[in-house]
Design a protein around this ligand. Sequence first.
Ligand code: NAG
Ligand code: NAG
Ligand code: NAG
Ligand code: NAG
Ligand code: NAG
Ligand code: NAG
Ligand code: NAG
Ligand code: ZN
Length: 924
Amino acid sequence: MGKGFYISKTVGVVGIVLGAGALVTIIALSVVYSQEKSKNNENEVKPTDAVTSAPTTAPSNEPWDQWRLPQTLSPQTYNVTLWPRLEPDPTGLYIFTGMSSVVFRCVEKTNLILIHSNKLNMTKQPTLMALGSKPAPIIESIVMHTKTQYMAIHLKDELTAGESYELYTEFVGELADDLGGFYRSEYNENGVKKVVATTQMQATDARKAFPCFDEPAMKAVFHITLYHDPATVALSNGVVIVDSTLVTRTTFAATEVMSTYLLAFIVSDFGFIEQNIDKLQIRIFARQEAINAGQGEYALIVTGPILKFFERYYNVSYPLPKSDQIALPDFNAGAMENWGLITYRETALLYDKEISSNGNKERIVTVIAHELAHQWFGNLVTLRWWNDLWLNEGFASYVEYLGAAEAEPDWNVKDLIVLNDVHRVFAIDALASSHPLSSKEEEIQKPEQISEVFDTISYSKGASVLRMLSDFLTEAVFTQGLQVKTLPSCAVDRNNNSLPKTVQEIMDRWVLQMGFPVVTIDTTTGQITQEHFLLDPETKPDRPSEFNYEWFVPISWTKNETTQPLYWLLNKNGELTWVLANINVTGYYRVNYDNDNWQRLLNVLQASRQSIPVINRAQLIDDAFNLAKAGIIETTLALRTTLFLNSETEYMPWEAALDNLDYFYLMFDRTEVYGHMQKYVGRQVKDLFDYFTRLTNWQDVPQGHTDQYNQINALRVACSTGNEDCKTLITNWFKQWMDNPNVNPIKANLRSTVYCSAIAAGGEEEWNFAWEQFQNATIASEKDKLRAAMACATEPWLLNRYLKYTLDPEKIRKQDATSTIINIASNVVGQPLAWDFVRANWEYIFKQYGGGSFSFSNLINGVTKRFSTQFELQQLIQFKDDNAHIGFGSGSLAIQQSIERTNANIKWIEKNQKAVLDWFKNPS
Ligand SMILES: *[C@@H]1O[C@H](CO)[C@@H](O)[C@H](O)[C@H]1NC(C)=O
Ligand SMILES: *[C@@H]1O[C@H](CO)[C@@H](O)[C@H](O)[C@H]1NC(C)=O
Ligand SMILES: *[C@@H]1O[C@H](CO)[C@@H](O)[C@H](O)[C@H]1NC(C)=O
Ligand SMILES: *[C@@H]1O[C@H](CO)[C@@H](O)[C@H](O)[C@H]1NC(C)=O
Ligand SMILES: *[C@@H]1O[C@H](CO)[C@@H](O)[C@H](O)[C@H]1NC(C)=O
Ligand SMILES: *[C@@H]1O[C@H](CO)[C@@H](O)[C@H](O)[C@H]1NC(C)=O
Ligand SMILES: *[C@@H]1O[C@H](CO)[C@@H](O)[C@H](O)[C@H]1NC(C)=O
Ligand SMILES: [Zn+2]
């Protein structure tokens, strides 16, 4: 669309004209860039004039009690040499030793050097040297501050502003299996235990590898050297410049000026494959066994085209001479965009065309696109501070779809953002305890607060809002504004009045206030209104909004199949055609209509659903269910939006319905509603199941990308609602496999479903078979399918035993512990077991998994999502009180959200159970 129109409660209809100039505000609105103009310029990072007022929690005003570095020193270059030991020392400890020198400039005179250092033991007295004419002050004392993770070096005299100094340190640290900083990952190959030394610095763990000024705006050049065994290969951000096999020392070219959180060092005996495109070297590293089995091929094939795409998209060449990507057996996040050396969980990079599913493939290509997008946006241009992380992650989460679409043009993968991000984050952003995309800098200080901003709001809402912006500006205008080279002029203050106002004014409301509106279109009066959409109408937003929870809302709409020009023209009284708004859900809002229009839309869905774009068929379902949840429309109206599905064969509407019916399953699978609901869903899915039986008789993979997903849904839902043909298919497949474990006859796409159903129907024998296959599997995606399926067991003792396994890293890797517990909690039998388990082991889990883990909020949300009784609410509150002294780390907000959600569930059930039961008894 070239132009957009916006409404707000008070203003009514406001038209705006957008020019390319307005674009810069995409960036300006966030005030966050520490800009690297170009790599050849002198790259000093100017100290920001950020507020450094003391956080209220700080015990004193001393600089070492503040979470933020003072602005007195500015790092320029580091020389870091590290030597990880891949064998334990005599006491059984894995360690690394290191030496590091950092050259910094004194910006403001001070007698204190405050530098981050966490869990490092100094093995020699640090030394300070002056690089200018005056001698360096003498070191008076050195104090480690473990809480704020500083090494404080107190000097007898002051450092001189404008002068440069060099600080040299030698240290030892533990190469622990804690998934953070410089850590170790272990795996077995041909019966031999192997150890990899690898890193995960983001957000605040570079300080665990060497003393550094560990804030994103403290950019510098890094010279990295690794000592290692000659039989291993050393990797880092830069290319190798000296590789002396005699002394087993690898030195890397100086990095670009960059942030500490993007550093990476790895020592392993991995294999790799490579490809050169123009002068760029692209390599994929993984366990030798995986590389030999060809599991890196797909990643290698798609990387080149995606990189080329982003070069065009940003109009900037890829900034480095090489792009390495490596799959690690132990990795906490999905992947990490370290500049030039991207690290991945194995499932996010390795693909086997016989064993991996279509969904695995999509995940790989989208994660690769996401991380490659960061090589420019995030790495070249970096947020000043973590409070505006959403722009970094939201942007990458949006353009990952564009990059993936370039590599897989036949998939329509861009449509899926609506299910994967927009609908998903709506559910969270509709809570009164949600939060705005952007936080105040002073609210995000401690490492756990920083971890907490890596949430669905930052990723998925960020992506949704940027997609909306791109849509109403048009993509051409949007990308023009993003081209990195145009940024210097736009990294300006939000309060700068000379900025073009319009786009910024629009975006501020989406960025600075939480939540989103529901737009109500009343075709009988022609009125359009908006209101803050809250899932529980009795709650009030936790925080006030300077914008009074009003948004500028771009409305695209269709009337009787005709896309309308982009201005308001509402139906007059009595006109009988249907109106549909938010075409393709490019706007970040929900839509409600008057009853008559809803009825007309239901009729269209039944009689000629093709008149409504497939994305909007999904939208109608998702909006209706959520409006009903918020008490805005009747629940039975929402249920009626699923009636047309018996003739629907498209994936998106089905997936939207199943996602929403999941909530009904969660709320009712322990009540009498369940039986009637199962009958209804079973009837609705029967035609879809028969459709796929006719299409390929379950022998071949359907052509279309989303058809493949829908085939999986058909099988899953038909079986879970008791379709006999389906159950026979599944039981036979699994039995064939158990009879001949060397030949798995189950189609890759269908494995998750088949495994889960067969294990649910089976007992110890099936479970143990799956466990053995899990241990033997050589590709991580297959392991993941089995791991999830084992949570489908229905015998409590099997589930309890499995829960115990999650705390034994020999059985379940630490990276997988939380998701396994969540899987078990999703099972109606496992729910109370998982909750008891988490409560009983909270302290242990928190200590063991606290460090590098982003997933406490997932864990808490996961084990409490079925909560819907007063009793469960009391237990949750008790849990919060009992563990207040231990804390919830990055899960603090999730506890609050779980309490809110449980309250809403209780009310919802009270209000709806009878109507829902009646409707399922007699659906119409
Ligand atoms: C850092 O290492 C580079 C390359 O090895 C060397 O040229 C430079 O002198 C070193 N700088 C310092 C401060 O040690
Ligand atoms: C560092 O020092 C502490 C206290 O002396 C000790 O417990 C720890 O094991 C040391 N770490 C390493 C890696 O040597
Ligand atoms: C940037 O755009 C200009 C003009 O279209 C083009 O000539 C140039 O090759 C582009 N640069 C890159 C790196 O894509
Ligand atoms: C505001 O931004 C404009 C354009 O980017 C710039 O020229 C001007 O100096 C800025 N003014 C202030 C007060 O920062
Ligand atoms: C709606 O459009 C259809 C064809 O697209 C047409 O047959 C019908 O008359 C239209 N309805 C109204 C009320 O305009
Ligand atoms: C909506 O999405 C579909 C599928 O991606 C696309 O074909 C169609 O052109 C889009 N409609 C509009 C109005 O952008
Ligand atoms: C798993 O691997 C072990 C050792 O390689 C082998 O003895 C066993 O038969 C395998 N199990 C299955 C089910 O393939
Ligand atoms: Zn990212």
